[in-house]
Design a protein. Structure first.
Length: 115
């Protein structure tokens, strides 16, 4: 099994049946640091990954940090207080983000030009 995490294209992909049969051994190797991850899938196409729990926790933290940064960036593009936007525009901003024009979808001219 190739354990180079920077190049997943050359890692062996275990079939679900083989991974199931080897699960105890795979978990032990991960826990001892003998493997960084184990890819599982069909026809050499990864569909899942086994990884050490510490790596999983770090991954969750990174995802939370990215979500917080994205929310902060979206909020920084909102109109100034007192230059309100419609409920629909706010909903679109939160769910879909901006359309790339740095304008809040559905906002009137006052919200866009600050006046």
């Amino acid at each position: 099994m190739n354990e180079n995490s920077s190049d997943l294209t050359h890692c062996e992909v275990l079939s679900p049946a083989k991974a199931s049969a080897l699960l105890r051994t795979l978990v032990e190797r991960l826990a001892r640091g003998e493997a960084e991850h184990v890819l599982v899938g069909r026809d050499d196409t990864p569909e899942a990954v086994l990884l050490p729990f510490a790596d999983y926790r770090r991954l969750l933290q990174v995802m939370e940090d990215v979500d917080a940064r994205e929310l902060s960036e979206r909020l920084s593009l909102a109109p100034e207080p007192g230059h309100g936007i419609t409920t629909e525009a706010l909903e679109a901003m939160v769910t879909d983000g901006l359309d790339g024009s740095n304008q809040v979808p559905g906002a009137g001219p006052a919200a866009r030009d600050g006046g």
